[in-house]
Ligand binder design. Structure first.
Ligand code: 4AZ
Length: 567
């Protein structure tokens, strides 16, 4: 069968990210959050004093949610109050300090040099670090929740910040503010008085491009970048854990990000390639990417059962070229148990579909999930857990989405946007957190034949027509060698849930072809933060079962046992 007539489905993305279960409680939006007694200052280029980096001293009381996280009375990081008992900070501030007892949190502070009227200090009852934070890759999922041993009393100088609503995005170009007691210049002095600086949010493309110009390029799932190509304004050491604050239309301050990282402070990144002292944007953990995880842990008033949402979309056919789908309809509701919602997306013929998740929270892959199907009802991917799948590119003009919840769990649901796109993807498009559906079967690691980057995460899913097997043939494979292929590697699974691995490959010899007899093949390429090589290039083809002269069950046992042999 000619390849172009087949539907060769190639999905990339994190599929079925199952997280720990816990009952989800409402985070009702406190009407008093994000309120400051101090009128916001107009954005002023002419501030005489250059602080935070390139900012200025805060008017006392401007940011009542700002706290100082102290170890043995010494300021180490910032943090943000979100409820009387909970503070958000960066995971790297608390990751190596399992003795919560040596830390405390002071709210209502302006000048660290002396005790101030109205300040409140609490010790910490427990620290919850995001489960996907890793000290090996500390700039991703850099967020932690601190449960206070006691409660802050809210008043003019201490109060909570608002969390974004599910689906609320802070657009590139928006000017937001960060504050902290961090260094005033790189390697410079630590101020006593709280500083602030206004920073524009960059586009994801600007952010990714800037981070790829670093000698050790970095990538991640949760970045929100700010700053100026030529530097000058930035957060710096000691500001970590603090907030990137944006004001919504009503003037309420909302937590858009948590101060995390940057290469130096205020350096800019315009000429990085020629420089030793390379700069980067200011990197914040994007709150919208971790909101379901926060919601899961914070109890601000239990929700009533009556406010759970039932599904009204039993089979809605959507014919627009772009739009938004969400369930439940209101961001304040949780979905109810035993729900099945179905949407059929039909974009113009010859167009493909890009889905972008702004949030997804379905408790477990077994019971609550969003699944994606062809119109013939073949499963293309299953999305679950609380992690963000960022985006899925599907090389078809039709698609069915199902949201399923079982009898036991309920959670906040999902929100996604979709857009019809012309199909002109690169074979390595599986390397930018997209899920792709291809009609041609060439795939390769990012930048091939140049070296791949550190911390790469590329995923493709192929689905063959009925009675066809899938064959993966490597033209080339040059991947860091490690005994059991745990540093950099290609894995091949015969299911989208990654339960059945059929090959794990690394080293410097093109391996024998890999065959999947299930009609599904999920190929993943992962690299760690160490050395990189050229990577791989491979073709994927469909083979009629009959051509092989072996039955499906024979092929299955053969490739489960010997995993990658084909004549
Ligand atoms: C830090 O170490 C830190 N330039 C925070 C932000 C930035 C750099 C370092 C951004 O806390």
């Amino acid at each position: 069968m000619p390849m172009s007539k087949n539907k060769l489905f190639l999905l990339l993305g994190m599929i079925c990210l199952e997280q720990g279960k816990s009952a989800t409680l409402s985070l009702s939006k406190a009407s008093t959050c994000g309120q400051s007694q101090v009128k916001a200052q107009p954005w002023n280029y002419l501030n005489g004093f250059s602080r935070i980096v390139g900012g200025s001293q805060v008017v006392k009381g401007s940011y009542p949610w700002q706290v100082s996280l102290k170890r043995r009375q010494k300021h180490i990081c910032g943090g943000t109050i979100i409820s009387p008992q909970w503070v958000i900070t960066a995971a790297h501030c608390v990751a190596n300090r399992n003795i919560a007892s040596s830390l405390n949190v002071t709210a209502g502070k302006h000048d660290l040099s002396h005790k101030e009227p109205g300040e409140q200090t609490l010790t910490i009852e427990s620290i919850i670090i995001h489960p996907q934070f890793s000290t090996k890759k500390p700039m991703d999922y850099d967020i932690a929740l601190l449960k206070m041993a006691g409660t802050f009393h809210f008043g003019p100088s201490v109060g909570p910040m608002c969390l974004p609503e599910p689906g609320e995005q802070f657009k590139a170009g928006l000017i937001c503010t960060t504050a902290g007691w961090g260094r005033l210049t790189e390697n410079g002095i630590l101020p006593q008085v709280l500083q602030e600086v206004n920073l524009p949010i960059l586009t994801q493309e600007e952010c990714v491009a800037a981070l790829l110009t670093l000698n050790k390029p970095i990538s991640g799932q949760t970045f929100l970048c700010t700053g100026f190509l030529d530097g000058g304004r930035d957060a710096c050491q000691g500001d970590s854990g603090g907030s990137l604050m944006c004001r919504n239309k009503r003037g309420t301050w909302t937590l858009a990000g948590v101060t995390s990282w940057g290469s130096g402070c205020g350096r800019g990144w315009r000429n990085n390639v020629q420089k030793d002292d390379q700069g980067s944007p200011g990197i914040f953990t994007d709150l919208s990417k971790v909101l379901p995880w926060i919601r899961k842990h914070i109890h601000i008033g239990k929700r009533r059962k009556s406010s759970r949402a039932a599904c009204r979309e039993k089979d809605r056919v959507v014919r627009e070229s772009e739009g938004e789908l969400h369930f439940p309809e209101s961001p304040y509701l949780y979905y109810d148990s035993k729900q099945l919602c179905v949407w059929t997306l039909l974009v113009p013929e010859d167009m493909h579909v890009l889905l972008s998740f702004s949030h997804l929270d379905a408790e477990s892959c077994d019971h609550n999930y969003l699944s994606m199907h062809s119109l013939e009802d073949r499963l293309l991917g299953k999305f679950c857990g609380e992690s963000l799948v960022s985006s899925v590119l599907v090389a078809s003009n039709s698609l069915r989405l199902k949201f399923i919840s079982d009898a036991t769990d309920y959670a906040v649901g999902f929100n996604l946007t979709y857009k019809a796109l012309k199909p002109n993807y690169l074979p390595d498009s599986g390397c930018s957190s997209l899920a792709v559906l291809f009609e041609e079967g060439l795939i390769q690691s990012l930048h091939y034949p140049e070296d791949y980057n550190d911390m790469a995460n590329c995923n493709w899913v192929f689905q063959a027509p009925k009675h066809y097997l899938i064959k993966l043939s490597f033209q080339n494979l040059e991947i860091e060698e490690s005994g059991d292929c745990t540093s950099d590697y290609v894995t091949v699974h015969r299911d989208v849930e990654r339960k059945k691995e059929i090959a794990r490959l690394c080293g410097f010899a093109a391996p024998a072809p890999v065959l999947s007899s299930s009609g599904v093949m999920l190929i993943s390429f992962q690299s760690d933060e160490n050395v990189t090589f050229r990577g791989f290039q491979a073709t994927v083809s469909f083979i009629p079962e009959t051509d092989l002269n072996i039955s499906r069950s024979e092929a299955e046992s053969m490739f489960l046992e010997t995993w990658n042999v084909l004549p």
